[in-house]
Design a protein around this ligand. Structure first.
Ligand SMILES: NC(=O)c1ccc[n+]([C@@H]2O[C@H](COP(=O)([O-])OP(=O)(O)OC[C@H]3O[C@@H](n4cnc5c(N)ncnc54)[C@H](OP(=O)(O)O)[C@@H]3O)[C@@H](O)[C@H]2O)c1
Length: 337
C-alpha cells in the first residue's frame, strides 16, 4: 500500500499552507523544504545556524520564485531554544498545516545536551516532542494538518527504550542510542495521534531510506578516517540521492492518500510505501511511558520559566516600542517647534 511511483511532480498545490521543516539547511530536510516551496507553500526552515541556512533560503527562493521561504532559529538540543522558537513562531500569527520533524544526529560519541541529557535522544526526540506539543494549539486551529516524524529503520536495532539508562555513559553505545531516539520518534507519533484522536490532524512516521547526506558526519570520530572513506564510498554507490530520500516524507506530508485512507500513526518506507514497524514500536504502554517521561523532564528542566520569559520578553518589547514612540513623538514636536 502507498504509492511507489510517487514523485515530487505529483505533489498538489500547497499555496495557502504553512510548513515548518526542522533541520532543512541540508540533506533530506533541504529537499523537503524546496519541493514544498515549489508548490507554493510558505516554508520555515527551522535550523540552528543562520549562516548555514541563509544561502539555502536564497537558493530555494530563486529556484521556486517563492519569497515565502524564511529562516527561524531552532536548536533542538536546547529546550530553551525550542520554547523560544515556538514563541517567535506564534508571534507571527501564522497558521501551521505541516510540521516536519526532520532534524537529526546519528551515532555521536557520548555527549550531554545543554539540559544534561544524552544528545541523540535530546535532539532527535525530546526537542521535537517539545516543539510539537507547544505548537499543537496552532496546528489544531489550522486543521486539516499533518505532522511527519522522521524515524529510521534503525529503530529496529533496539527492543526497548531503557530510559533508566538514558544518561549512563558506561552502557552507552552510539548506535543503540540512535536506535532509542528513532524508536522514540515512532512511539511519540503513536501516542500523539492517540491524544489528538480523530481530529483532522494526521501524524505519521517515516524511514526515508539509506540516503546520501551529512548524517554520517560522526563516523570519523567513531571509527577513524578509513571507515569514513569507506562509508562515503558505500553511500555514493548505494544510497538514494536526497531528492529521492525526501519523497517518502513529502508523500506523508502532502498526499491525499493519507486522508482518503485515514492513515494515522502509521509508518512509511521508501518510496511512499506503508510498512510495519518492530514490535517495540507498537507498544502502547511504552508510548504512554515515553510521553510521561518526556513531559516530566521538560517540567523539571523548564518549569514555567519558558513561558514567564515569554511574558517578560513581550513586556520588554512593549516598553521598547513605547519608548521609541515617545522618542519619535518628542523628536517630532521638537522639529515642529
Ligand atoms: N540519511 C539517511 O540515510 C537516513 C536514514 C534514516 C533516517 N534518517 C533521518 O532523516 C533525518 C534527516 O537526516 P539527513 O540524512 O538529512 O541528515 P543531515 O544531512 O545530517 O541533516 C540533518 C539536519 O539536522 C540538523 N540538526 C542536527 N542537530 C540539530 C539541532 N540540535 N538543532 C537543529 N537542527 C539540528 C542539521 O543541522 P546542521 O547542519 O546545523 O548540523 C541538519 O540540518 C534525520 O532525522 C535522520 O535520522 C536519515
Amino acid at each position: 500500500m502507498g504509492n511507489k511511483g510517487f514523485t515530487a511532480e505529483a505533489i498538489g498545490d500547497q499555496s495557502g499552507k504553512v510548513a515548518i521543516v526542522t533541520g532543512s539547511n541540508t540533506g533530506i530536510g533541504r529537499i523537503t523544504a524546496l519541493e514544498l516551496a515549489r508548490k507554493g507553500c510558505h516554508v520555515i526552515l527551522a535550523c540552528r545556524s543562520k549562516d548555514r541556512t541563509d544561502p539555502v533560503v536564497e537558493d530555494i527562493r530563486k529556484a521556486t520564485k517563492n519569497d515565502n521561504v524564511e529562516f527561524m532559529e531552532l536548536n533542538l538540543s536546547s529546550l530553551n531554544s525550542v520554547a523560544k522558537f515556538a514563541r517567535a513562531f506564534k508571534k507571527k500569527g501564522l497558521p501551521l498545516h505541516l510540521l516536519i520533524n526532520n532534524a537529526g544526529v546519528m551515532a555521536c560519541p557520548f555527549k550531554l545536551s545543554e539540559d544534561g541529557l544524552e544528545l541523540q535522544w535530546a535532539t532527535n526526540h525530546l526537542g521535537h516532542f517539545l516543539l510539537t506539543t507547544l505548537l499543537l494549539d496552532v496546528i489544531e486551529a489550522s486543521a486539516p494538518a499533518r505532522i511527519v516524524n522522521l524515524s529510521s529503520m534503525g529503530h529496529k536495532m533496539t527492543s526497548s527504550l531503557e530510559l533508566d539508562k538514558l544518561n549512563d555513559e558506561k552502557s552507552y553505545g552510539p548506535w543503540n542510542a540512535y536506535a532509542r531516539s528513532k524508536l522514540s520518534n515512532i512511539l511519540f507519533s503513536l501516542e500523539l495521534q492517540k491524544r489528538i484522536g480523530d481530529k483532522q490532524i494526521w501524524v505519521n512516521s517515516v524511514h526515508p531510506g539509506f540516503v546520501d547526506t551529512e548524517l554520517q558526519r560522526n563516523i570519523p570520530d567513531l571509527y577513524g578516517n578509513f571507515a569514513n572513506t569507506l562509508s562515503s564510498w558505500t553511500s555514493s554507490l548505494f544510497a538514494l540521492p536526497p531528492e529521492k530520500g525526501a519523497l517518502t516524507t513529502l508523500y506523508a506530508a502532502t498526499s491525499p492518500d493519507i486522508e482518503q485512507n485515514d492513515w494515522r500513526g502509521r509508518y512509511f518506507v521508501p518510496i511512499a510505501k506503508l510498512a510495519t514497524t518492530s514490535k517495540a514500536a507498537i507498544d502502547e504502554e511504552a508510548a504512554k511511558e515515553l510521553w510521561e517521561f518526556s513531559e516530566k523532564i521538560i517540567a523539571d528542566k523548564l518549569g514555567n520559566s519558558a513561558f514567564e520569559e515569554a511574558e517578560e520578553e513581550e513586556e520588554d518589547e512593549d516598553k521598547a516600542t513605547h519608548d521609541n514612540e515617545g522618542a519619535s513623538t518628542s523628536g517630532a514636536s521638537a522639529t515642529d517647534d
